[in-house]
Design a protein around this ligand. Structure first.
Ligand code: VG1
Ligand code: CO
Length: 547
């Protein structure tokens, strides 16, 4: 049954700067709202893909301002370009891990995620678009570079002339020859979670009085967390706070860290704090884990989950290998060594984990930026990490603090911190990186911060599965005692530049596991500032955000 709707080819001219960064194309809403801007990018994407005619596309976003408008455009362009079906989340909502899950489960050709993740939302804030391939993961660089190249030569895009689709009613309608299926955004994802975790054990944990506070930060995870935690697992009503997705995330910055998740931090620091605190970001792929009186760094979380994943039914067979992004601390490497499994170090961004996951070389992956995930999907997954922690706590019968301290006692503690200098001048940032590129290799053999420098380079990566390469992925300074300083510029910002400085130090002595990380790292932090002359190049005396 086909309803003929006119397909229009609209003439257009290229926009500059449509190059996807660490995780898709992110710009201010005002940029995306210009006529033809989104359309050009979407057409460039479709022009760069082969063989989707009649295939299925998954579409959803984090619900931020402009989400619904963009979904309607994409539906009409997908119909005009020959997709057979689009599965779109009700209200245009799908978390990033849910998109990955739906693509995989329904063998879709690919998916489009509308999100700028942890960046604020609203008319004056950020928007973003990202393409995921049929395995469910972010498109690799060869795809994103082809899309970018196409945006520079584009002269027209295809779109059907039709009224908007009702995104709020579940079920199927047609747009020309294409079926639009509005799906429950939570159902497929929740079913997958039930297959991975010991739901009975977690239910018993909650029934026994264990209390969790989950801060959805007014972003996409609210409906998922309510359904799974309060609905299926019996956590007390009110466990999920800020659980309704808002277009502007309540004016906040939906980034689950100690600075931005202030509502959660207040609960955890208050009298009668719950046993566990957790938060997720704008699009639901990040997580922060807190215990009573303890903050679990994302790097430690990856290491601890690697050591304990076998306690969850989905990972009972063990972990094949673990991968972390380069700036993520080496805590997971020490677990891998003990387990006798491989550990991989990849550039920043989830797209670099895809080949390793597809090849079965790794089961768990993580990034220091509050990202943890596994081979269940091809994205990092915030709620998944919370559920795995709950599963581990339920099985071990220990508090989060005891689990973390026990881990440190067994493997040593890796003190870790990231210092961000946000919104700095791009030229200064580029000059700082050029200065480091020129001088850091010469530090090898010298003493910095009382330690011998054994490594000084700009990280370059060759994918062990497909041989693809990525250069200039961050300046590394490695010391003989295992300490590291890493510098890189953010690839997700929309204004100016952000310098990220990552600092870590390994401390095997359990008698010294109780230091404040900023104190434990003080000499390395000072060295990081002087080696890069951060004050000189950026004009900043202190970072804007410390995590
Ligand atoms: C940041 C993080 C990186 C993460 C990326 C996308 O990138 O550092 O680890 O993969 O955000 O996460 P950058 O280039 O700004 O450092 V999300 O939750 O924004 O999709
Ligand atoms: Co995110």
């Amino acid at each position: 049954m086909s309803h003929s709707v006119p397909v229009q080819t609209v003439a257009t001219t290229p926009f500059e700067g449509q190059r996807p960064g660490t995780s898709g194309l992110r710009k201010k809403v005002k940029v995306f709202a210009q006529s033809h801007y989104l359309e050009n990018f979407v057409q460039a994407l479709f022009d760069s893909l082969d063989g989707f005619s009649g295939g299925t596309l998954v579409v959803g976003g984090d619900g931020r301002y402009h989400n619904r408008t963009a979904v309607q455009v994409i539906l009409k362009m997908a119909a005009a370009n020959g997709f057979g079906r689009v599965k779109v989340g009700r209200g245009g909502i799908l978390s990033t891990p849910a998109v990955s899950c739906v693509i995989r489960k329904h063998k879709a050709f690919g998916g489009i995620v509308l999100s700028a993740s942890h960046n604020p939302g609203g008319p004056d804030e950020d928007f973003g678009i990202k393409y995921n391939v049929s395995a469910g993961g972010p498109a690799p660089e060869k795809v994103t570079e082809a899309v970018y190249a196409r945006t520079q030569t584009i002269s027209g895009y295809r779109i059907v002339e039709a009224p908007d689709v009702d995104l709020d009613r579940l079920g199927e309608t047609t747009l020309g020859d294409m079926v639009v299926e509005v799906i429950d955004p939570v159902a497929d994802y929740a079913e997958l979670m039930e297959q991975l975790f010991d739901m009975d054990a977690i239910r018993a944990l909650f029934a026994g009085g264990f209390r969790l506070c989950f801060d959805a930060m007014h972003a996409v995870t609210g409906p998922y967390a309510r359904e799974i935690l309060e609905g299926r697992l019996g956590a007390a009503p009110g466990t999920v706070i800020n659980g309704t997705p808002l277009e502007d995330f309540g004016g906040g910055h939906p980034d689950p860290n100690l600075v931005h998740a202030h509502d959660l931090v207040e609960v955890m620091e208050g009298a009668d704090a719950p046993d566990m605190g957790a938060a997720s970001d704008g699009d639901g792929d990040r997580n922060m884990i807190l215990g009573r009186g303890i903050y679990v760094t994302p790097s430690d979380s990856l290491a601890i989950l690697t050591a304990n994943a076998h306690l969850a039914p989905g990972y009972a067979r063990g972990v094949a290998g673990v991968a972390r992004s380069m700036p993520t601390s080496r805590a997971a490497d020490r677990v891998a060594e003990k387990l006798g499994i491989p550990a991989f170090e990849t550039p920043t961004g989830w797209k670099f984990f895809g080949t390793l996951l597809d090849a079965g070389k790794v089961t768990l992956c993580g990034e220091e930026s509050f990202g943890t995930g596994s081979d269940h999907v091809r994205e990092k997954d915030g709620l998944w990490a919370v559920l795995l922690w709950l599963n581990v706590v339920a099985k071990r019968g220990e508090s989060i603090a005891d689990i973390v301290r026990g881990h440190w006692a067994e493997y040593g503690r890796t003190y870790y911190s990231r210092h961000d200098y946000e919104g700095i001048d791009s030229d200064g940032a580029d000059r700082l990186m050029a200065h480091l590129r020129a001088t850091v290799p010469g530090l090898v053999g010298q003493t910095v911060a009382g330690r011998e420098v054994v490594l000084g380079d700009d990280f370059a990566y060759t994918d062990p599965v497909d041989g693809s390469t990525a250069a200039k992925q961050g300046i590394r300074i490695g010391f003989a005692d295992g300490s590291r300083i890493v510098y890189r510029l953010s690839g997700t910002g929309t204004a100016g530049a952000t310098l990220r400085v990552y600092i870590e130090r390994y401390e095997p002595d359990a008698a010294r596991h109780d230091l404040d990380p900023q104190e434990a790292l003080a000499d390395l932090i000072a060295a990081a500032g002087s080696v890069a002359d951060i004050a000189g190049f950026t004009g900043r005396e202190a970072p804007t955000v410390i995590t």
